[in-house]
Write a protein that binds this ligand. Structure first.
Ligand SMILES: [Zn+2]
Length: 777
């Protein structure tokens, strides 16, 4: 009896419901005949077609799973995948005779095209019957050009199908060797593979997708092969609901790949992976790892939580249990769960049963919440005992809401003792006895947890890396402060040659981004009392951390000017990985003049200011175009004599567009100030470029006779009215300016380091400004 389809999630059409003509009692059964037509798209997305190559994935009406939570009929979306019921698939394919087939299951009748000479079969059709048991999907692909290679792991045949032009990366047993390594590794961590075959085939699309017994790959890279073959276990055999607990397959297979690769000295260091997730945790983008896929705010967050954090959770579970117990737990989970639907609770119970530990705290914390872990070495006492040995008391302070046992390393370069503290109490004291006086004490010495602040984890070195280099060569480290030392030298007429150094620091690229700069002017005119200049900036100390906020404190005494600035900037972007980038900020700044001899008289008056500024910036970016809008408003007081107030503000709009090899850039700028009388020269609106406060940290522009500030040098710092060809010191009460630029590379020699490209640029600037605008004398 025919029944009509209903679409309960309309306008979505990926879920259909058929009302049975009569209720089906428990334990009863019925036979359903479904007729459907599957059309593969020319734009591949898992399925797809290209010429006579066809990738058939998710190509037939699939019965929704009814499990402990009821019907799991989710719409198909980008985030999250599919969940199928186990069954037997008996599939007969009717094809052109020359097609070569890779499929879930084993061929029982007909020729899949693996062995016989192809030329003889170019005409006519063939029927090939595949049967697959205990699987929850049946996928297949055909291509008349497929080259077939076969090998074995244990008793299990492994089929590799690739296109002839890929012989260099797939052929000659290369893909096969990676597959055998992966199957051997998976066998050791989980157990024996239960299906009768494994197929790896080249699909149209890049990347890879897993199906029971079959993986479709865009290339034959070993990490992709490990990832996808891992899914034969986690997804295929241990069949989790990918919509709800994607970490059980994606996190697991990412974890097993990383584990294997690091054992072989390959792959991504764990610290880099931790940092990817910590950045999202610290900025409040993270969501719980177990969440229905469509509830993630965006694809990037889904990926990071399910794949990357899922991987790290398993790393930490191994750390908590120890490798031997963890391995036993994996085998137990596999033995109980294979060829069934599994959940995070099944994994937890297997691990609890082998370890004898209650692990609810671990699974709840990492899967349902976004905990912040931070342990600090809060106290240390080393004392010589009567027997000549040493007693070390270590006080561990828990500063985050996340709990993890804490390994404590006590020792020196030769011998290190590692003890473990439970990490539950807010403060706990651990005693360690050693033969010699320990020089190095460190929490989590192997960096296996998500402790976000390693700077407070130890004593005795190893957490600061000093480098010599120019700015731009400052790497970010997960577990160390990087201090970059840079020598400085510059010249201006007032100070002569100045020499000194700058040290820039950072932790994880985001914390402790401090700068200390010290310089000495060798040729100060008339001797003078201030040959030493300094600049100190403290940015984002770990103890002031808040999500998406940047804090800065700066102070300076540089070439006759002293000052300080405090600033706060909030990132207000609505999404992590796309859409508008927005920041708002506020700052309080004082700039005073202490020594007039350094001032370029055409840009600076001898007067100090105190200012409060509010700023906002928005950037909209698409593939080949962008809009940027920046506005700032300042209220200030001239600090000298009668303390005159003023207000100052500006707005800038920049439109960029890529047109072939050329970039078009248009900019509009308006700015002005209002004051009772005049403001000091340095606070006027500069017509040609950025004003003296904006360029103050640039030694080539800062002081009288600096190389780019000389009257005979026509240099324009980007900013201000941006009217090129005007004198750099021309400044007035207001300006409205427009700048248009076209630039492009007309000739490129990529192999050459010198003269590797020729670019051309053209520009036009127009402005109207204040007739009272003045230049220097
Ligand atoms: Zn995957």
């Amino acid at each position: 009896m025919p029944v009509a389809a209903e679409y309960p999630l309309a306008p979505d059409s990926t879920v259909a419901r058929f009302a049975l003509p009569a209720p089906l009692p428990p334990g009863d059964s019925l036979v359903v005949d479904l007729a459907w037509e599957a059309r593969l798209s020319a734009i591949p997305r898992r399925q797809g077609r290209s010429g006579r190559h066809y990738d058939f994935a998710q190509w037939y009406p699939k019965v929704a799973v009814y499990d402990a939570d009821g019907w799991e009929a989710h719409a198909l979306r980008l985030q999250g995948e599919l969940y199928g019921e186990f069954g037997t698939f008996d599939v007969t394919l009717d094809l052109r005779a020359d097609q070569v087939i890779g499929a879930t299951g084993v061929p029982l009748e007909g020729d899949p095209g693996w062995t016989r000479a192809r030329a003889a079969q170019a005409r006519g059709r063939k029927r090939v019957r595949f049967v697959a048991e205990h699987v929850h999907h049946f996928a297949w692909a055909v291509d008349p050009e497929y080259v077939h290679e076969e090998g074995r792991y244990g008793g299990v045949p492994i089929h590799v199908l690739y296109r002839p032009e890929e012989r260099g990366t797939w052929g000659g047993g290369l893909a096969l060797a990676s597959a055998i390594r992966a199957m051997a590794w998976l066998d050791t961590i989980f157990g024996a593979y239960p299906y009768p075959q494994v197929t790896l085939l080249r699909r149209i699309e890049g990347g890879g997708t897993e199906f029971p017994m079959l993986v479709m790959l865009g290339d034959a890279g070993e990490s992709l092969i490990f990832h996808e073959l891992g899914h034969l276990y986690t997804y295929g055999i241990l069949a989790n609901n990918e919509w709800k607990e994607g970490w059980l397959d994606e996190g697991f297979t990412t974890f097993q790949t990383g584990w294997n690769f690091r054992r072989r000295g390959m792959g991504v260091p764990l610290a880099s992976t931790q940092q990817l997730v910590l950045n999202l945790d610290l900025d409040g983008w993270s969501q719980p790892v177990v969440l229905p896929a469509e509830e993630y705010s965006e694809q990037q967050v889904y990926q990071r939580m399910v794949y990357t954090k899922g991987q790290l959770i398993l790393e930490m579970l191994r750390y908590v249990l120890g490798e031997e117990t963890f391995r036993r737990g994996l085998r137990e989970y596999y033995a109980r769960g294979q060829l069934r639907h599994v959940t995070s609770d099944d994994l937890r119970r297997a691990m609890e049963d082998v370890s004898g530990q209650d692990l609810r705290w671990f699974f709840d914390q990492w899967l349902k919440r976004v905990p912040r872990v931070d342990y600090r070495l809060a106290g240390l006492n080393r004392r010589r005992e009567a027997d000549g040995g040493w007693l070390t008391r270590v006080v561990v302070e828990r500063r985050g809401d996340g709990l993890m046992p804490v390994d404590i390393a006590v020792g020196d370069d030769d011998t290190t003792l590692v003890v473990r503290a439970p990490g539950v109490a807010a403060r706990e004291t651990v005693e360690v006895r050693t033969d010699r006086r320990p020089r190095r004490i460190e929490l989590d010495p192997a960096r296996q947890t998500m402790d976000w602040n390693y700077l407070n984890n130890g004593r005795g070195g190893g957490r600061v890396e000093h480098r010599l280099g120019w700015s731009g060569s400052e790497p970010a480290r997960r577990d160390r402060l990087v201090v970059n030392w840079m020598p400085l030298a510059w010249y201006n007429d007032a100070g002569g040659v100045s020499v000194g150094f700058q040290s820039r620091r950072n932790y994880m690229g985001r914390f402790a981004r401090d700068v200390v700069q010290l310089t000495w002017s060798t040729g100060l005119e008339g001797g003078g009392p201030h040959p030493v200049g300094w600049y100190v900036a403290l940015r984002n100390p770990t103890w002031l951390h808040a999500p998406r906020r940047t804090v800065g404190l700066e102070t300076w005494a540089l070439e006759g000017r002293g000052g300080a600035r405090a600033s706060l900037v909030w990132d207000k972007s609505p999404h992590l990985s796309f859409g508008r980038r927005s920041t708002i900020g506020v700052e309080l700044a004082w700039m005073g003049v202490t020594r007039g001899t350094f001032l370029s008289a055409d840009r600076w008056d001898r007067a100090g200011t105190v200012e409060v500024t509010g700023r906002a910036a928005h950037l909209w970016k698409e593939d080949d175009r962008s809009w940027a809008v920046r506005i700032a408003a300042t209220g200030g007081v001239v600090g000298k004599g009668d303390r005159r107030p003023y207000v100052r503000g500006g707005a800038e709009v920049v439109r960029r567009r890529q047109a072939g090899a050329f970039e078009l850039r248009a900019r509009g700028y308006v700015a002005g100030y209002a004051a009772d009388g005049d403001v000091p020269r340095q606070r006027r609106i500069f017509a040609a470029g950025a004003d003296p406060y904006e360029t103050f940290l640039n030694p080539l522009l800062r002081s009288r006779g600096a190389p780019l500030a000389r009257g005979d040098v026509h240099y324009q710092a980007p900013g201000g009215g941006g009217v090129r060809a005007l004198r750099a010191d021309l400044a007035g009460r207001w300006i409205a300016a427009a700048n248009v630029e076209v630039s492009g590379t007309v000739f490129r020699r990529p192999a050459r380091r010198a003269f590797g490209a020729v670019s051309v640029a053209a520009f036009a600037d127009a402005a109207v400004g204040d007739s009272a605008a003045v230049g220097g004398s």
